[in-house]
Design a protein around this ligand. Sequence first.
Ligand code: FFO
Ligand code: ATP
Length: 283
Amino acid sequence: MIKNAATSLMARLLHLPRAAPAPTYRRGHLSLLLPPQLLRAPAPTPAAAAAAMSTAALTVADQKRALRSEVRRALRALSPEQLASEDQAIQSAILNSSWFKESKSLCAYISCSRLREVDTSKILAEALSPNSEYDGHAKDLYVPRVEDKNRNMRMLKITTMDDLVENSMNILEPSPVDASGNAREEVLSASSPIDLFLLPGQAFDRTGQRLGRGGGYYDTFLMKYQELAKEKGWDQPLLVALSYSVQIMEEGIIPVNSTDIPIDALVSSSGIVPISPAALGQI
Ligand SMILES: Nc1nc2c(c(=O)[nH]1)N(C=O)[C@@H](CNc1ccc(C(=O)N[C@@H](CCC(=O)O)C(=O)O)cc1)CN2
Ligand SMILES: Nc1ncnc2c1ncn2[C@@H]1O[C@H](COP(=O)(O)OP(=O)(O)OP(=O)(O)O)[C@@H](O)[C@H]1O
Protein backbone atom coordinates (compact mmCIF):
# COMPACT_ATOMS: atom_id res chain seq x y z
CA MET A 1 0.00 0.00 0.00
CA ILE A 2 1.46 3.36 -0.88
CA LYS A 3 -0.82 5.50 1.22
CA ASN A 4 1.99 7.81 2.33
CA ALA A 5 3.40 8.26 -1.16
CA ALA A 6 -0.07 8.90 -2.55
CA THR A 7 -0.97 11.30 0.27
CA SER A 8 2.19 13.31 -0.19
CA LEU A 9 1.55 13.31 -3.92
CA MET A 10 -1.96 14.68 -3.46
CA ALA A 11 -0.61 17.27 -1.01
CA ARG A 12 1.89 18.42 -3.64
CA LEU A 13 -0.78 18.53 -6.33
CA LEU A 14 -3.22 20.47 -4.24
CA HIS A 15 -0.56 22.71 -2.63
CA LEU A 16 -1.69 21.58 0.79
CA PRO A 17 0.59 21.29 3.82
CA ARG A 18 1.54 17.62 4.29
CA ALA A 19 -0.40 17.39 7.53
CA ALA A 20 -3.68 18.33 5.82
CA PRO A 21 -6.10 15.43 5.42
CA ALA A 22 -6.23 13.94 1.95
CA PRO A 23 -9.21 15.26 -0.01
CA THR A 24 -11.94 12.80 -0.82
CA TYR A 25 -13.27 12.48 -4.33
CA ARG A 26 -16.82 11.36 -4.88
CA ARG A 27 -18.80 10.98 -8.05
CA GLY A 28 -20.80 14.16 -8.62
CA HIS A 29 -19.35 15.83 -5.52
CA LEU A 30 -19.58 19.60 -6.08
CA SER A 31 -16.33 20.47 -4.33
CA LEU A 32 -14.48 18.33 -6.89
CA LEU A 33 -15.98 20.26 -9.79
CA LEU A 34 -15.66 23.76 -8.40
CA PRO A 35 -12.49 25.40 -7.03
CA PRO A 36 -12.57 26.92 -3.49
CA GLN A 37 -12.93 30.56 -4.62
CA LEU A 38 -16.06 29.61 -6.54
CA LEU A 39 -17.48 27.56 -3.70
CA ARG A 40 -17.12 30.62 -1.45
CA ALA A 41 -18.69 33.02 -4.00
CA PRO A 42 -22.44 33.40 -3.49
CA ALA A 43 -23.62 33.39 -7.11
CA PRO A 44 -21.11 32.67 -9.88
CA THR A 45 -22.14 33.67 -13.37
CA PRO A 46 -22.69 30.66 -15.70
CA ALA A 47 -19.59 31.67 -17.71
CA ALA A 48 -17.41 31.81 -14.56
CA ALA A 49 -18.78 28.45 -13.40
CA ALA A 50 -18.12 26.88 -16.83
CA ALA A 51 -14.55 28.22 -16.94
CA ALA A 52 -13.87 27.05 -13.39
CA MET A 53 -15.31 23.61 -14.11
CA SER A 54 -13.12 23.13 -17.17
CA THR A 55 -10.04 24.08 -15.11
CA ALA A 56 -11.10 21.70 -12.34
CA ALA A 57 -11.75 18.91 -14.87
CA LEU A 58 -8.22 19.34 -16.22
CA THR A 59 -6.93 19.09 -12.68
CA VAL A 60 -8.53 15.67 -12.23
CA ALA A 61 -6.74 14.50 -15.39
CA ASP A 62 -3.46 15.89 -14.04
CA GLN A 63 -4.04 14.20 -10.69
CA LYS A 64 -4.69 10.91 -12.46
CA ARG A 65 -1.49 11.29 -14.48
CA ALA A 66 0.53 12.02 -11.33
CA LEU A 67 -0.92 9.04 -9.47
CA ARG A 68 -0.11 6.79 -12.45
CA SER A 69 3.57 7.82 -12.33
CA GLU A 70 3.70 7.32 -8.58
CA VAL A 71 2.29 3.79 -8.95
CA ARG A 72 4.59 3.05 -11.90
CA ARG A 73 7.56 3.94 -9.68
CA ALA A 74 6.28 1.73 -6.83
CA LEU A 75 5.77 -1.20 -9.22
CA ARG A 76 9.28 -0.85 -10.68
CA ALA A 77 10.68 -1.08 -7.14
CA LEU A 78 9.18 -4.57 -6.62
CA SER A 79 11.56 -7.50 -7.00
CA PRO A 80 10.86 -10.24 -9.56
CA GLU A 81 10.34 -12.62 -6.60
CA GLN A 82 7.71 -10.36 -5.04
CA LEU A 83 5.89 -9.97 -8.37
CA ALA A 84 5.98 -13.73 -8.99
CA SER A 85 4.68 -14.53 -5.53
CA GLU A 86 1.76 -12.08 -5.86
CA ASP A 87 1.04 -13.35 -9.42
CA GLN A 88 0.81 -16.88 -8.04
CA ALA A 89 -1.50 -15.96 -5.14
CA ILE A 90 -3.83 -13.84 -7.30
CA GLN A 91 -4.16 -16.42 -10.07
CA SER A 92 -4.76 -19.24 -7.55
CA ALA A 93 -7.48 -17.22 -5.81
CA ILE A 94 -9.24 -16.71 -9.14
CA LEU A 95 -8.76 -20.28 -10.41
CA ASN A 96 -10.18 -21.66 -7.15
CA SER A 97 -13.19 -19.31 -7.05
CA SER A 98 -16.67 -20.56 -7.85
CA TRP A 99 -17.43 -17.45 -9.93
CA PHE A 100 -14.47 -18.16 -12.24
CA LYS A 101 -15.14 -21.89 -12.43
CA GLU A 102 -18.82 -21.32 -13.20
CA SER A 103 -18.26 -18.57 -15.77
CA LYS A 104 -18.97 -19.64 -19.34
CA SER A 105 -17.76 -16.55 -21.17
CA LEU A 106 -15.24 -14.00 -20.06
CA CYS A 107 -13.22 -11.01 -21.19
CA ALA A 108 -9.67 -10.93 -19.87
CA TYR A 109 -6.51 -8.96 -20.58
CA ILE A 110 -3.30 -10.52 -21.90
CA SER A 111 -0.83 -9.45 -19.24
CA CYS A 112 2.30 -7.57 -20.19
CA SER A 113 5.22 -8.01 -17.78
CA ARG A 114 6.98 -4.89 -19.15
CA LEU A 115 3.98 -2.89 -17.86
CA ARG A 116 4.14 -4.76 -14.53
CA GLU A 117 0.63 -6.14 -14.95
CA VAL A 118 -0.64 -8.98 -12.80
CA ASP A 119 0.02 -12.18 -14.76
CA THR A 120 -3.06 -13.75 -16.37
CA SER A 121 -1.33 -16.59 -18.24
CA LYS A 122 -2.57 -19.42 -16.00
CA ILE A 123 -6.12 -18.06 -16.02
CA LEU A 124 -6.11 -17.78 -19.81
CA ALA A 125 -4.72 -21.30 -20.17
CA GLU A 126 -7.44 -22.69 -17.90
CA ALA A 127 -10.18 -20.75 -19.72
CA LEU A 128 -9.01 -22.14 -23.07
CA SER A 129 -8.47 -25.67 -21.81
CA PRO A 130 -10.88 -28.17 -23.38
CA ASN A 131 -10.54 -30.40 -20.30
CA SER A 132 -11.17 -27.75 -17.71
CA GLU A 133 -11.18 -29.05 -14.17
CA TYR A 134 -14.74 -27.75 -13.60
CA ASP A 135 -16.96 -28.99 -16.47
CA GLY A 136 -14.55 -30.34 -19.06
CA HIS A 137 -15.30 -27.48 -21.48
CA ALA A 138 -13.33 -24.49 -22.66
CA LYS A 139 -14.87 -21.11 -21.85
CA ASP A 140 -15.62 -18.47 -24.48
CA LEU A 141 -12.65 -16.12 -24.10
CA TYR A 142 -12.53 -12.59 -25.53
CA VAL A 143 -9.45 -10.37 -25.34
CA PRO A 144 -8.82 -6.69 -26.18
CA ARG A 145 -7.72 -5.26 -29.48
CA VAL A 146 -7.15 -1.51 -29.73
CA GLU A 147 -8.57 -0.12 -32.98
CA ASP A 148 -7.50 3.55 -32.80
CA LYS A 149 -6.48 6.30 -30.40
CA ASN A 150 -10.10 7.41 -29.95
CA ARG A 151 -10.95 5.00 -27.15
CA ASN A 152 -12.11 2.31 -29.60
CA MET A 153 -11.29 -1.16 -28.40
CA ARG A 154 -12.94 -4.43 -29.43
CA MET A 155 -12.98 -7.68 -27.47
CA LEU A 156 -12.37 -10.54 -29.91
CA LYS A 157 -12.79 -14.26 -29.36
CA ILE A 158 -9.69 -16.44 -29.33
CA THR A 159 -9.45 -20.21 -29.03
CA THR A 160 -5.69 -20.55 -28.61
CA MET A 161 -2.79 -18.31 -27.55
CA ASP A 162 -1.50 -18.74 -31.13
CA ASP A 163 -4.31 -16.37 -32.20
CA LEU A 164 -2.28 -13.51 -30.69
CA VAL A 165 0.24 -11.18 -32.34
CA GLU A 166 2.34 -8.41 -30.77
CA ASN A 167 1.13 -4.86 -31.47
CA SER A 168 3.18 -1.64 -31.69
CA MET A 169 2.95 -1.24 -27.88
CA ASN A 170 4.42 -4.76 -27.41
CA ILE A 171 1.10 -6.05 -26.10
CA LEU A 172 -0.26 -9.30 -27.50
CA GLU A 173 -3.58 -8.87 -29.34
CA PRO A 174 -5.76 -11.08 -31.53
CA SER A 175 -5.47 -10.64 -35.28
CA PRO A 176 -8.85 -9.36 -36.61
CA VAL A 177 -9.35 -12.52 -38.68
CA ASP A 178 -8.70 -16.14 -37.75
CA ALA A 179 -6.42 -18.61 -39.53
CA SER A 180 -9.18 -19.39 -42.07
CA GLY A 181 -9.65 -15.70 -42.87
CA ASN A 182 -12.96 -15.38 -40.99
CA ALA A 183 -13.63 -12.29 -38.86
CA ARG A 184 -13.38 -13.15 -35.17
CA GLU A 185 -16.53 -13.01 -33.09
CA GLU A 186 -16.68 -9.80 -31.05
CA VAL A 187 -18.38 -9.19 -27.74
CA LEU A 188 -20.55 -6.25 -28.76
CA SER A 189 -22.13 -8.28 -31.58
CA ALA A 190 -22.26 -11.66 -29.85
CA SER A 191 -25.66 -13.19 -29.21
CA SER A 192 -24.99 -14.24 -25.62
CA PRO A 193 -23.79 -12.38 -22.53
CA ILE A 194 -20.38 -12.18 -20.86
CA ASP A 195 -20.35 -13.43 -17.25
CA LEU A 196 -17.03 -12.01 -16.12
CA PHE A 197 -14.50 -9.29 -16.95
CA LEU A 198 -10.95 -9.56 -15.57
CA LEU A 199 -9.64 -6.01 -15.64
CA PRO A 200 -6.15 -4.50 -15.61
CA GLY A 201 -5.40 -1.08 -14.13
CA GLN A 202 -2.87 1.14 -12.43
CA ALA A 203 -4.60 1.76 -9.08
CA PHE A 204 -7.67 0.53 -7.24
CA ASP A 205 -9.44 1.03 -3.93
CA ARG A 206 -11.80 -0.97 -1.75
CA THR A 207 -14.77 1.22 -2.69
CA GLY A 208 -14.53 0.10 -6.33
CA GLN A 209 -12.61 2.95 -7.92
CA ARG A 210 -10.24 1.97 -10.70
CA LEU A 211 -7.58 4.03 -12.44
CA GLY A 212 -6.52 2.74 -15.86
CA ARG A 213 -3.61 3.63 -18.14
CA GLY A 214 -5.32 6.80 -19.34
CA GLY A 215 -6.61 5.66 -22.72
CA GLY A 216 -10.25 5.48 -21.63
CA TYR A 217 -10.51 2.19 -23.59
CA TYR A 218 -11.92 0.07 -20.77
CA ASP A 219 -14.31 2.71 -19.37
CA THR A 220 -15.72 3.27 -22.87
CA PHE A 221 -16.00 -0.44 -23.65
CA LEU A 222 -17.62 -1.25 -20.30
CA MET A 223 -20.14 1.58 -20.73
CA LYS A 224 -21.10 0.18 -24.17
CA TYR A 225 -21.31 -3.37 -22.87
CA GLN A 226 -23.43 -2.39 -19.84
CA GLU A 227 -25.85 -0.55 -22.16
CA LEU A 228 -26.04 -3.57 -24.46
CA ALA A 229 -26.73 -5.93 -21.54
CA LYS A 230 -29.48 -3.60 -20.33
CA GLU A 231 -31.10 -3.49 -23.80
CA LYS A 232 -30.93 -7.28 -24.14
CA GLY A 233 -32.17 -7.93 -20.60
CA TRP A 234 -28.96 -9.85 -19.71
CA ASP A 235 -27.46 -9.99 -16.21
CA GLN A 236 -24.64 -7.48 -15.85
CA PRO A 237 -21.18 -9.12 -15.84
CA LEU A 238 -19.03 -9.23 -12.73
CA LEU A 239 -16.18 -6.69 -13.09
CA VAL A 240 -13.13 -8.02 -11.24
CA ALA A 241 -9.78 -6.19 -11.16
CA LEU A 242 -6.40 -7.82 -10.46
CA SER A 243 -3.99 -5.81 -8.33
CA TYR A 244 -0.53 -5.96 -6.80
CA SER A 245 -0.53 -4.76 -3.16
CA VAL A 246 1.16 -1.43 -3.97
CA GLN A 247 -1.67 -0.60 -6.39
CA ILE A 248 -4.35 -0.60 -3.67
CA MET A 249 -5.04 2.94 -2.43
CA GLU A 250 -6.83 4.24 0.64
CA GLU A 251 -10.35 5.48 -0.07
CA GLY A 252 -10.38 9.01 -1.53
CA ILE A 253 -6.93 8.91 -3.18
CA ILE A 254 -8.05 7.93 -6.68
CA PRO A 255 -9.38 10.95 -8.61
CA VAL A 256 -12.73 10.21 -10.25
CA ASN A 257 -14.62 11.37 -13.37
CA SER A 258 -18.24 10.72 -14.22
CA THR A 259 -17.12 8.28 -16.99
CA ASP A 260 -15.18 5.99 -14.62
CA ILE A 261 -16.88 2.61 -14.28
CA PRO A 262 -16.55 1.13 -10.78
CA ILE A 263 -15.42 -2.47 -10.28
CA ASP A 264 -17.43 -5.13 -8.43
CA ALA A 265 -14.49 -6.87 -6.78
CA LEU A 266 -10.73 -6.68 -6.34
CA VAL A 267 -8.29 -9.59 -6.20
CA SER A 268 -4.87 -9.13 -4.62
CA SER A 269 -2.38 -11.49 -2.99
CA SER A 270 -4.34 -10.98 0.27
CA GLY A 271 -7.47 -12.44 -1.29
CA ILE A 272 -10.72 -11.43 -2.94
CA VAL A 273 -12.53 -8.26 -1.85
CA PRO A 274 -16.18 -8.20 -2.95
CA ILE A 275 -17.39 -4.59 -3.21
CA SER A 276 -20.74 -4.19 -4.97
CA PRO A 277 -24.01 -5.82 -3.86
CA ALA A 278 -23.74 -8.05 -6.98
CA ALA A 279 -20.30 -9.24 -5.86
CA LEU A 280 -21.37 -9.69 -2.23
CA GLY A 281 -24.11 -11.98 -3.51
CA GLN A 282 -21.82 -14.05 -5.75
CA ILE A 283 -18.38 -14.06 -4.12
N1 FFO B 1 -2.61 -6.02 -21.16
C1 FFO B 1 -3.31 -4.95 -21.48
N2 FFO B 1 -3.95 -4.89 -22.64
C2 FFO B 1 -4.65 -3.77 -22.95
C3 FFO B 1 -4.72 -2.69 -22.07
C4 FFO B 1 -4.03 -2.77 -20.83
O1 FFO B 1 -4.04 -1.85 -19.99
N3 FFO B 1 -3.34 -3.92 -20.58
N4 FFO B 1 -5.44 -1.57 -22.45
C5 FFO B 1 -6.01 -0.68 -21.57
O2 FFO B 1 -6.37 0.40 -21.92
C6 FFO B 1 -5.62 -1.35 -23.88
C7 FFO B 1 -4.30 -0.85 -24.45
N5 FFO B 1 -3.95 0.40 -23.88
C8 FFO B 1 -2.67 0.75 -23.49
C9 FFO B 1 -2.45 2.02 -23.04
C10 FFO B 1 -1.17 2.40 -22.66
C11 FFO B 1 -0.13 1.50 -22.73
C12 FFO B 1 1.26 1.88 -22.30
O3 FFO B 1 2.23 1.29 -22.70
N6 FFO B 1 1.38 2.87 -21.43
C13 FFO B 1 2.62 3.27 -20.81
C14 FFO B 1 2.79 4.77 -20.80
C15 FFO B 1 2.76 5.39 -22.15
C16 FFO B 1 2.81 6.90 -22.04
O4 FFO B 1 2.40 7.46 -21.03
O5 FFO B 1 3.26 7.49 -23.02
C17 FFO B 1 2.60 2.84 -19.35
O6 FFO B 1 1.49 2.72 -18.80
O7 FFO B 1 3.68 2.68 -18.79
C18 FFO B 1 -0.36 0.24 -23.17
C19 FFO B 1 -1.64 -0.15 -23.54
C20 FFO B 1 -6.06 -2.65 -24.51
N7 FFO B 1 -5.21 -3.73 -24.17
N1 ATP C 1 -17.48 6.57 -21.76
C1 ATP C 1 -16.71 7.60 -22.13
N2 ATP C 1 -17.16 8.52 -23.00
C2 ATP C 1 -16.39 9.57 -23.35
N3 ATP C 1 -15.13 9.78 -22.91
C3 ATP C 1 -14.63 8.89 -22.05
C4 ATP C 1 -15.39 7.75 -21.62
N4 ATP C 1 -14.62 7.05 -20.76
C5 ATP C 1 -13.44 7.70 -20.67
N5 ATP C 1 -13.44 8.79 -21.43
C6 ATP C 1 -12.32 9.77 -21.61
O1 ATP C 1 -11.12 9.05 -21.83
C7 ATP C 1 -10.03 9.75 -21.25
C8 ATP C 1 -9.23 8.83 -20.34
O2 ATP C 1 -10.05 8.52 -19.21
P1 ATP C 1 -9.44 7.97 -17.87
O3 ATP C 1 -8.22 8.75 -17.52
O4 ATP C 1 -10.52 7.85 -16.88
O5 ATP C 1 -9.01 6.52 -18.39
P2 ATP C 1 -8.52 5.28 -17.59
O6 ATP C 1 -9.51 4.85 -16.56
O7 ATP C 1 -7.16 5.56 -17.08
O8 ATP C 1 -8.41 4.25 -18.78
P3 ATP C 1 -9.17 2.87 -19.06
O9 ATP C 1 -10.59 3.03 -18.69
O10 ATP C 1 -8.98 2.64 -20.51
O11 ATP C 1 -8.48 1.84 -18.29
C9 ATP C 1 -10.62 10.93 -20.49
O12 ATP C 1 -10.48 12.07 -21.30
C10 ATP C 1 -12.07 10.53 -20.32
O13 ATP C 1 -12.91 11.67 -20.23
